[in-house]
Design a protein around this ligand. Structure first.
Ligand SMILES: Nc1ncnc2c1ncn2[C@@H]1O[C@H](COP(=O)(O)OP(=O)(O)OP(=O)(O)O)[C@@H](O)[C@H]1O
Length: 295
């Protein structure tokens, strides 16, 4: 599928940051490992029943294996059937939960079933950003205040730095004119863009996204995906272009073109993976035409 004519095209082509002409990229053993998994399994005990659910079964993302670790700057999409283990995998990588057995290494820092809560929450706050399907913005706070909140919790920046950073982040998602709006005064796509800006507040090296476009119409889906592609390739700080490593769960096969690699999880295991030679954004008008032709 090749589509052309996205609404954000001009903005996304500014300053040599052309998401429509990205170079091909191949990740190899010499690229830095950001997420490694070794025999990661997750069982759930069902309350009141002598029964277990095996949600993940010995997931491996290992150096020199076919399923290699997620590399610095890689954009990985996780797909697979419902109930296959995608969200469980993302939750283990995000340290929201710990594996029943096996080890995850995030930038070399180990996570396993013995990891202490304080260690995990520090790792989360400093290393990982989350974006969820339902945005999870605080309803009584403006876009500005929602983005500012994680910086206040981490308490590392001065007032002046916080102000500069919130403005920079909202600008990077195209919402510099919506800073004082409450979530209820924003469209779904705009709310998700605030959620993306908030997820980047503490400069995470890893961004985890669970169905970020699941509640959006096709136009907002393309807008949000184009922003993610820009952040993945060019970073989000005007003075410091560090690409953000991203892992995103989605049911939408049309979004696979945004990723470097697509990992398919089925029955708790990695079934297969596909590698794109280069990332290529959808072109909204042609995508819409394609969607209409499918109905
Ligand atoms: N807290 C839990 N307690 C018990 N079972 C759970 C729990 N969380 C997930 N499961 C089970 O683990 C399996 C994997 O669930 P998971 O949510 O990871 O799948 P998924 O691929 O993300 O599905 P979907 O695409 O429908 O969101 C499912 O069988 C699910 O019922």
């Amino acid at each position: 599928m090749i589509f052309s004519g996205s609404p954000d095209k001009e903005a996304l082509q500014g300053q040599g940051r052309d998401i429509y002409n990205l170079p091909s990229k191949e990740f190899g053993p010499d690229d830095e490992n950001v997420i490694e998994c070794e025999d990661v399994s997750k069982e759930f005990n069902l309350i009141g029943r002598d029964e277990k659910i095996y949600a993940l079964k010995e997931i491996n993302l290992k150096q020199h294996d076919e399923f290699y670790p997620i590399k610095r700057g890689e954009f990985v999409i996780i797909r697979g059937p419902s109930g296959g283990g995608k969200t469980t995998f993302l939750n283990q990588v995000g340290t929201i939960d710990t594996p029943t057995s096996g080890t995850i290494r995030l930038l070399g820092r180990e996570v396993n079933k013995l990891s202490k809560d304080s260690y995990l929450s520090d790792l989360r706050l400093t290393t990982i950003g989350f974006v969820f399907q339902t945005f999870n913005l605080i309803a009584t706070m403006t876009a500005y205040e929602n983005v500012e909140l994680p910086m206040r919790i981490l308490a590392k920046l001065s007032e002046k730095e916080i102000k500069k950073r919130v403005r920079e982040l909202l600008k990077s998602v195209g919402l510099q004119d919506r800073m004082d709006h409450l979530p209820s005064e924003l469209s779904g796509g705009e709310q998700q863009r605030v959620a993306i800006a908030r997820s980047l507040a503490n400069s995470p090296q890893i961004l985890l996204l669970d169905e970020p476009t699941g509640d959006l119409d096709s136009k907002s889906t393309v807008e949000v995906m184009d922003i993610l592609l820009k952040l993945n390739n060019f970073g989000y700080n005007e003075s410091n272009h560090i690409p953000c490593t991203m892992v995103m769960v989605t049911h939408n096969p049309d979004l696979e073109c945004y990723a470097h690699r697509i990992i398919y999880i089925k029955d708790g295991k990695i079934e297969k993976q596909a590698i794109n030679e280069r990332q290529s954004p959808l072109r909204y008008e042609q995508y819409l035409h394609y969607l209409n032709s499918q109905n």
